[in-house]
Ligand binder design. Structure first.
Ligand SMILES: Nc1nc2c(ncn2[C@@H]2O[C@H](COP(=O)(O)OP(=O)(O)O)[C@@H](O)[C@H]2O)c(=O)[nH]1
Ligand SMILES: [Mg+2]
Length: 470
């Protein structure tokens, strides 16, 4: 026999309504209590992924701002970033053996390169030939040291720059005369160069580049210049001139296009674009300058701001391997983590781990964070950052060269970025846990304002959920 429920009496109904009202009130009180709560938020990720930039954005967006001392520090940092940039570029020119003035767009360049290589080879043979001849019968016009200098200058030169031409002039044709083929080849290259010079002259933009450029290389790498950088110092005008000359050099531009092969700060093009202002006496950085400044984080910093009645305590940490040891000390009571990955780093290697792909490094670190037992209830928000650089990069660098499992269209932002979103999502091994992913551009305040709004809503929701209020 079934047990039919009798209809509630008026008294019971009243009691139930009262209970409901009390429960609602309790919930409301609890919500209010929650809204006064403090949320601990960690910014995690490998080195140079944009953690400190996101923190700077939070300071700008939530009105914390920067102290005069911080602004002064940023001014010096930006100037030092510029010095570091140009020194790195000149070093990379040497390492990658790119000649100043090298223009990959010029169709004759590759042809010339091969000619010069052949010339270099023959010249070396010639050198040993002449050296042994000189041992018995030294030609009066040509000293051994002259020849040696000529050979050294030729070695490593891959394009018909003015220095190789002047070497041939200086050697008064002696070497050239000894061997018809070298002479012919050199003359042809010389003639081609003269034609090019005449063409440039006609355009009115010709400058005797070689000397200017080499002098500029010496200036930016000199100890004198190094000493002129620092708080309260004025950058000498010859430094700015040298940077201008080098940055406009086609070979340096080509070297810059290969910057995934060495470590160059991300803000290089920004600094170059603004070099005049940055080097001016009394330089005061703008917010955009500050967002582009690169300081390696070595101490954990805490920043507080209030938004939606919630106090956020944001911790910014260093991302390099040596710095990650310090992370665990901050892992207790973390409500949310913003994990940063530089999506543009898929074709780069780590500075601190030679040979390790930066994206693979990020994948490994993210995998250990998302599956860390202590973070089971922690909200994980993933920023696949530097999409501006990524969009540019996929025009020339193929994702599938570094991640062969990618089978889509290498030039499509949608397909390549989706590949990485899915890759990171697949690392989450905790059931019922969601990773909230955003494609971000950390130096763009407009985009980050919108993203942080979504992040705050997400954190609030997660926070209420974990407190059993939603
Ligand atoms: N173009 C571009 N540069 C970025 C972006 N995010 C960060 N950077 C730059 O990358 C460099 C390293 O960023 P930083 O925040 O110091 O990285 P952290 O080591 O993770 O703290 C700085 O020069 C930033 O200005 C981005 O989305 N786009
Ligand atoms: Mg940092």
């Amino acid at each position: 026999m079934g047990c039919a429920a009798s209809a509630p009496t008026a008294e019971e109904k009243e009691a139930e309504a009262r209970d409901n009202e009390i429960e609602k009130q309790l919930l409301q009180e609890k919500r209010e209590l929650m809204s006064e709560r403090t949320i601990k938020l960690l910014l995690l990720g490998a080195g140079e992924t944009g953690k400190s930039t996101i923190l700077k954005q939070m300071k700008i967006i939530y009105g914390v701002g920067f102290t005069p001392a911080e602004i002064l520090l940023f001014a010096t940092t930006i100037q030092l970033n510029l010095l570091q940039c140009i020194k790195t570029l000149t070093m990379a020119m040497d390492i990658l053996k790119i000649p100043y003035g090298f223009d990959p767009e010029n169709p004759t360049v590759m042809q010339r390169k091969h000619k010069i290589q052949a010339l270099e080879k023959e010249l070396n043979q010639e050198l040993s030939h002449v050296m042994s001849a000189m041992a018995s019968n030294s030609p009066p016009e040509m000293s051994a040291s002259n020849l040696q200098a000529l050979a050294e200058e030729t070695a490593g030169l891959m394009s018909p720059s003015s220095s190789i031409r002047s070497s041939f002039h200086l050697s008064s044709g002696r070497v050239l005369q000894r061997d018809g083929s070298i002479a012919k080849m050199a003359r042809r290259i010389y003639e081609e160069d003269m034609e090019e010079e005449a063409r440039q002259n006609r355009k009115g933009s010709f400058e005797l580049k070689g000397d200017h450029v080499m002098k500029s290389v010496r200036v930016v790498n000199s100890e004198r210049i190094q000493k002129e950088f620092g708080a309260g110092k004025t950058i000498p005008p010859d430094f700015l001139k040298a940077v201008e000359i080098l940055w406009s050099d086609k070979g340096v531009q080509y070297c810059f296009s290969r910057s995934n092969e060495y470590q160059l700060v991300e803000c290089c093009p920004y600094l170059m674009k603004n070099m005049k202002r940055i080097c001016a006496p009394g330089f005061k950085p703008t917010e955009e300058d500050i967002l582009n400044a690169r300081i390696m984080t070595t101490t954990v910093s805490e920043t507080r701001f209030i938004a939606d009645n919630i106090t956020y305590r944001v911790f910014d940490v260093g991302g390099q391997r040596s710095e990650r040891r310090k992370w665990a000390a901050f892992f207790d009571d973390v409500e949310a983590i913003i994990f940063l990955v530089a999506i543009s780093s898929f074709d780069q290697t780590c500075a601190e781990a030679e040979g390790m792909n930066r994206m693979v490094e990020s994948i490994n670190v993210f995998s250990s964070i998302v599956n860390y037992p202590l973070f089971k209830k922690t909200g994980i928000i993933l920023f696949l950052n530097k999409i501006d650089l990524f969009k540019e990069k996929i025009k020339t660098s193929q994702v599938s060269n570094y991640f062969p499992t990618f089978k889509g269209d290498n030039t499509s932002f949608e397909e390549t970025s989706r590949f990485f979103v899915e890759k990171f999502d697949s690392l989450n091994g905790i059931p019922n846990k969601t990773v909230y992913t955003h494609l971000t551009w950390a130096t763009d305040t407009k985009q980050i304002t919108k993203i942080l709004k979504d992040v705050r809503a997400c954190i609030r929701k997660l926070n209420l959920e974990s407190a059993g209020l939603e």
